[in-house]
Design a protein around this ligand. Structure first.
Ligand code: ARG
Length: 417
């Protein structure tokens, strides 16, 4: 009789390869691996072959790069999400997509469970589990790495005993995850937040000190908040991001060093490389400064922060997320135009912007000929603007200060009698 099936998120690395065998043995399930291309730069046909050699009964591979950009990356760019103002959320954006596709694969294959190779210490387990639990609560979730709690040596021994290929070149001393939107690097010497990241932590970006001496200037076109072209050429979204990663990387742009607050309550030191994300966020924000009102910009910054936390915390499929994105989509309808960006030795500087919906008015701003600003009405405006403060100063600030009673948030303990 055929065994029940599980869909395992499979990267082709050691953990998930060992997981194929381990799930077979421990749970007596047939493993169907699932691998999608989100632009992580690995050959997924090879990954498929490896999965089958390792004992998977079937190996699903698919190219989800367009879906990733259209439904995850662009909306997050439009929302202006940078976790804690620094991390463009590449990994966090990939997880709900993978979970969603795995749930669909589970349905197609009649699987009873889904599995992933996340540890019990990170955010990714939360993102996967919460997404599975939301989209398909009937599926059992198996997380081998979280369960087996092995040291690396123990894991290598298991691999050896079970004839699982271990790549000869010791992959890396770091833990790395990457997709189109960025690369994250943790562990090894990076665990000391005082230690400067060694050059070998970086793969996508040139050291800014060694980047070309000549700056390069690029023009990015946006339509309703979405990037659509580069230097006057309309481009496929995936290609656009790849090109910016390439050119930004050459100029050393997109290195991020962050001591980050994980959802599970710890701080961790992370290195990111995300040239395209950094360039596009900078350019997009500048176009917003040109096309959104002051009020709209202020409110948007709250929304950006809320959406960043939602994405980071693995709550992608929350109704509240959808509601906030309703605002974002509406708010972006005039964010159309072109931004000129200069890349130079690790910096990304916006040096020009234009839009058919620009709110910048030369006639109002100029100090030269043709000034249309109503100077005479400024006096009345200022009078009213300062009125409340004037009253307050007379009644309070300019009088002698009353002494302050200290505010305490803990009541004293009752005396024991
Ligand atoms: N700290 C980042 C996040 O939580 C990156 C995680 C990278 N994941 C990994 N499995 N190495 O989104």
């Amino acid at each position: 009789m055929a065994r029940d099936k599980v869909i395992l998120a499979y990267s082709g690395g050691l953990d998930t390869s060992v997981a194929v065998k381990w799930i077979n043995e421990k749970y007596d399930l047939d493993v169907v691996t699932f691998t999608c291309d989100l632009g992580q730069g690995r050959d997924i046909d090879k990954i498929k072959e490896k999965a089958l050699r390792t004992g998977a009964v079937d190996a699903v591979i698919e190219d989800d790069r367009n879906m990733f950009v259209d439904f995850f990356v662009w909306p997050s760019l439009m929302a202006g999400t940078m976790y804690e103002g620094k991390y463009p959320l590449a990994t966090a954006l990939g997880r709900p997509l993978i979970a969603h596709r795995m749930v669909e694969a589970a349905e197609e294959h009649g699987a009873v469970a889904v599995a992933h190779g996340c540890t019990g210490k990170g955010n990714d387990q939360v993102r996967f589990d919460v997404s599975f639990q939301t989209l398909a609560p009937q599926l059992k979730v198996i997380a081998p790495v979280r369960e087996w709690k092995w040291t690396r040596t123990e894991e290598l021994n298991y691999a050896k005993e079970h004839g699982i290929e271990v790549e000869a070149t010791k992959e890396s001393i770091y833990s790395v995850d990457q997709n189109l939107w960025g690369r994250s690097v943790e562990a090894g010497v990076l665990e000391d937040p005082w230690v400067a990241p060694p050059e070998d932590a970086y793969r996508w970006t040139t050291n800014p000190l060694e980047a070309p001496d000549k700056p390069v200037e690029i023009e990015i076109e946006f339509e309703q908040g979405r990037p659509v072209g580069l230097d006057g050429e309309e481009l496929d979204a995936v290609v656009l991001i790849e090109r910016l990663n390439e050119i930004g990387g050459q100029h050393g742009v997109g290195r991020i060093d962050h001591v980050e607050n994980r959802l599970v309550g710890i701080k961790s030191r992370e290195i990111y490389e995300a040239p395209a994300a950094v360039i596009l966020h900078d350019a997009h924000r500048e176009l917003e400064f040109l096309t959104l009102s002051r009020q709209s910009l202020r409110f948007k910054s709250y929304v950006s922060q809320a959406v960043s936390d939602i994405i980071y915390d693995g709550l992608w499929f929350a109704q509240f997320h959808q509601d906030l994105m309703g605002f974002v989509e509406k708010n972006q309808r005039f964010v159309t135009g072109v931004v000129r960006v200069q890349l130079y030795k690790g910096t990304c500087t916006v040096v020009g912007r234009k839009s058919e919906h620009s709110l910048y008015s030369k006639e109002l701003a100029t100090y030269e000929e043709g000034d249309e600003f109503p100077h005479e009405t400024a006096i009345g405006f200022i009078k009213i603007h300062g009125l409340a403060q004037q009253t307050q100063a007379r009644q309070q600030l300019l009088k002698s200060e009353p002494t302050i009673r200290p505010a305490r948030i803990m009541p004293p303990s009752k005396e024991k009698s």
